[in-house]
Design a protein around this ligand. Structure first.
Ligand code: ATP
Ligand code: MG
Ligand code: MG
Length: 592
């Protein structure tokens, strides 16, 4: 179907079935702690954990921390939070993974011993070419590489040099350890790939113990084997690396340093239109301040999604719909929004919020506050009712009044827009759950002529949906908020972060496609009092148990009727009042 879920996903899944039907499936999610997780990682998380669950196996959580240069403890923490969050609700004990968090760095001793074993079996050597020379010797896609002059060093010499590399006797770049495979292989990854390089850098876990660090392609199969991983799932760009993965396992099995045979299986990367899914680009957006941090709700990071208010169940549904295949997909952002709508329609209470208010004064109202009650959810009686106060002054959306006699009307040749059913000068509209009102007079801003207040009449016998005899049925029904009890708040409305479906395709620089209007801040929004009451309770609850990971307490989100789904922004709601983030509009309006 249109999400790219195709028959190939079945093929990919059947490749996952164990050769030995009794073998327990074991997968792992192995992020490198060098950035925050994004929606692409959500797919990898879902896939790895789903496969494990499906076959009654288990999934390990592993930090693939082999490169101290770009890694940081901050990332480790955010990754664990995100993986828990995206699976929240699925596990009772809150740790979806098997056992403790693993770290590739904790295998550094074994990985080093494996390298010595490879040297001893004549399968690895110390090369002393410069980086430029190595590149030159590697050859190209169409021409074979050639052997390094250092390729035939004796085992003794290699061992001695490698040990000295480890002892810190050389400068960075002076030597590397390489596998001895085949410089003429048509697969460039098999042309004596590097196993270890010198880096005089401390590591967040191992401190200054090491000044040589293993390469990803070499350490990964060893880590997988040590953990007894049966299915090492990774993205398609590693397909050409698989022969080296298998080479490493095959060479090391006889040493008894490892005893399992993991298999690498590739699946397609997730790409989403109008955004970027690459840590490098995301880091750039944060560092160059195009967004307000990693958890900016416009970011495709999991922390951004969480702060925006997207329920984790919506992300899981999205990953399920995208499916697993061997073909790269480019999914529309609206596919993700559809999932958010579906989940939020089910879960969220309804409330009135007036985003761009216009004041209405009901001149013939002489009572105080009257209370109406309305369902919290139209399809879920169990959720109960909310109380909405009504009185002499209410706010309506400015867009629910068409200023026929003013600038707006002039622009439209004095005509009412086709299909417009809301309030017009001299005409009627129904305030949902309350009364029909009629607009009698427009008070204008003396400078701009923009309406700033409508003087209206209400019809007492139209209470709560009644149309009295003799009155034409009023077609337009709009939402409203009573002025004296309504609570003022701030709303952030987000749009696509990039205007182009494939950011950077046009000019080569994704920043050229940034959407300058991806954030609209509305400061004078009014919400009905029940919302403020719920929000305050929520904030108190979050503050009370701030240690328990407030992240996992459900977020507070509403459908603001006729506008969209909005979630309380817990991090900026505070002394200056309530802040809501728009998660998604009610309908897909992008490009309309
Ligand atoms: P990036 O390319 O954004 O820097 P990465 O692949 O370097 O990401 P890792 O931390 O190494 O990030 O990824 C952890 C796991 O998530 C890997 O198994 C990787 O294949 C998977 N993954 C990363 N990006 C995607 C994506 N867009 N779609 C599916 N899986 C992904
Ligand atoms: Mg990586
Ligand atoms: Mg990468």
């Amino acid at each position: 179907d249109d999400l790219g879920v195709d028959s190939e996903s079945e093929e990919a899944t059947s490749a996952l079935l164990p050769k030995d039907a009794h073998a327990a499936i074991k997968t792992r999610f192995p992020p490198e702690p060098n950035g925050y997780l994004h929606l692409g990682h959500a797919k990898a998380v879902s896939f790895n954990f789903a496969v494990a669950r499906m076959f009654h196996g288990s999934c390990n959580m592993r930090m693939d921390d082999t490169n101290p240069t770009k890694e940081d403890e901050e990332y480790v923490e955010s990754i664990l939070e995100d993986v828990k969050w995206i699976q929240s609700g699925l596990f009772e004990d809150e740790t979806p993974w098997e056992g403790d968090v693993r770290k590739t760095s904790s295998y550094f001793d074994t990985i080093y011993e494996c390298a010595e074993a490879l040297i001893k079996s004549g399968d690895a050597y110390v090369d002393s070419l410069s980086a430029d020379e190595m590149r030159e010797y590697r050859g190209t896609l169409t021409s074979p590489g050639k052997n390094s002059p250092f390729r035939e060093r004796s085992v003794e010499e290699n061992l001695e040099l490698f040990r000295k590399m480890k002892e810190g006797e050389f400068k960075e770049g002076e030597h590397v350890l390489r596998a001895k495979i085949d410089m003429a292989s048509p697969n460039i990854n098999m042309r004596d790939p590097t196993l270890y390089r010198i880096k005089h850098e401390s590591h967040q876990e191992t401190g200054d113990k090491w000044c040589i660090y293993p390469m990803y392609d070499y350490s990964h199969p060893i880590s997988d084997a040590l953990e007894g991983i049966t299915h090492s799932l990774c993205t398609l760009e590693f397909e050409d690396h698989r022969p080296f993965y298998e080479w490493t396992v095959e060479k090391l099995l006889p040493t008894s340093l490892i005893s399992a045979t993991p298999r690498q299986i590739e699946f397609s990367r997730l790409n989403i239109q109008n955004t970027v899914l690459s840590k490098r680009k995301l880091i750039g957006l944060v560092e160059e301040k195009h967004v307000n941090g990693w958890d900016d709700p416009r970011m495709p990071t999991l922390s951004g999604m969480r702060r925006r208010g997207v329920p984790p169940s919506a992300l899981r549904l999205f990953c399920e719909r995208v499916g697993i295949s061997k073909t790269d997909s480019n999914i529309a952002f609206s596919a993700l929004e559809d999932c958010a709508r579906l989940e939020m329609d089910e879960a969220c209470e309804r409330a009135f919020a007036v985003l761009k208010p216009l004041k209405v004064t009901i001149d013939n109202w002489d009572g105080g506050i009257e209370e109406f009650s309305a369902p919290r959810h139209p399809k879920k009686e169990k959720m109960g009712d909310r109380v909405i106060p009504f009185s002499k002054e209410v706010y309506i959306e400015r867009t629910d009044f068409f200023d026929l006699d003013g600038p707006e009307g002039k622009e439209n040749d004095g005509k009412v827009p086709k299909g417009y059913k809301r309030l017009l000068p001299g005409d009627k509209v129904r305030l949902r759950y309350a009364y029909v009102i009629e607009c009698k007079e427009i008070i204008r801003d003396p400078k701009t002529s923009e309406p700033i207040e409508l003087k209206c009449f209400y019809y007492p016998d139209t209470r709560a949906g009644v149309t009295p005899e003799g009155m034409k049925r009023v077609k337009g029904i709009i939402h409203w908020v009573e002025a004296s009890t309504g609570v003022q708040c701030k709303v952030n409305q987000y749009d696509r972060l990039f205007l182009a479906e494939e950011p950077g395709k046009r000019t080569g620089n994704h920043l050229d496609d940034l959407n300058p209007n991806s954030l609209e801040v509305l400061n004078g929004v009014f919400v009905e009092p029940s919302v403020a009451k719920d929000a305050l309770e929520m904030i108190e609850k979050v503050n009370a148990d701030s240690n328990d990971g407030s992240l996992y307490t459900s977020s507070l989100a509403y459908q603001f009727e006729r506008s969209g789904y909005f979630a309380l922004d817990k991090s900026s709601t505070g002394e200056d009042g309530l802040v809501f983030n728009r998660v998604v509009t009610l309908r897909d309006t992008w490009g309309v």
